[in-house]
Design a protein around this ligand. Structure first.
Ligand SMILES: [Zn+2]
Length: 132
């Protein structure tokens, strides 16, 4: 079954920006709301008008969880975390906090974007130490 919400072209453009070291999110040209992951329509007002908007990559951990048992053979290297990071600009991103060990994360903790390449694809994660 096809994912009717997944927009491959926008996802590839998002990753192309990551390859250049930039985090750009789709921003609705009508209501100015961000949408992430990339989608063909605004989740706030359903507008299809949008543009790419650069964001800082700074945020705070809104919530997180640790996977201690592998639930998928592709993610067998446990434990690993998945966090909801609320960016300074407002949108939330699901991501891994790469420099954390088990029980090392706190809700409200500041984090910074970390763009790395895995399997030839740019990947957005976050770190707890400010890289600058
Ligand atoms: Zn909108």
């Amino acid at each position: 079954m096809a994912d009717v919400l997944y927009d491959k072209e926008s996802d590839e453009a998002f990753r192309a920006y990551l390859s250049k070291g930039e985090i750009r999110l789709q921003c609705c040209s009508d209501c100015k709301g961000f949408r992430y992951p990339p989608r063909f329509a605004c989740p706030h007002c359903l507008s299809r008008k949008w543009h790419w908007e650069k964001v800082s990559g700074e945020g705070v951990i809104e919530t997180y969880l640790w996977y201690c048992q592998p639930v998928d053979p592709r993610f067998a290297d446990v434990p690993y975390n998945v966090a909801v990071v609320r960016l300074a600009e407002g949108p939330a991103i699901y991501a891994n906090i790469t420099d954390a060990v088990l029980d090392d994360l706190k809700i409200g903790q500041p984090v910074w974007a970390n763009i790395e390449t895995r399997n030839g694809r740019p990947r957005l994660s976050f770190v707890r130490e400010n890289p600058s």
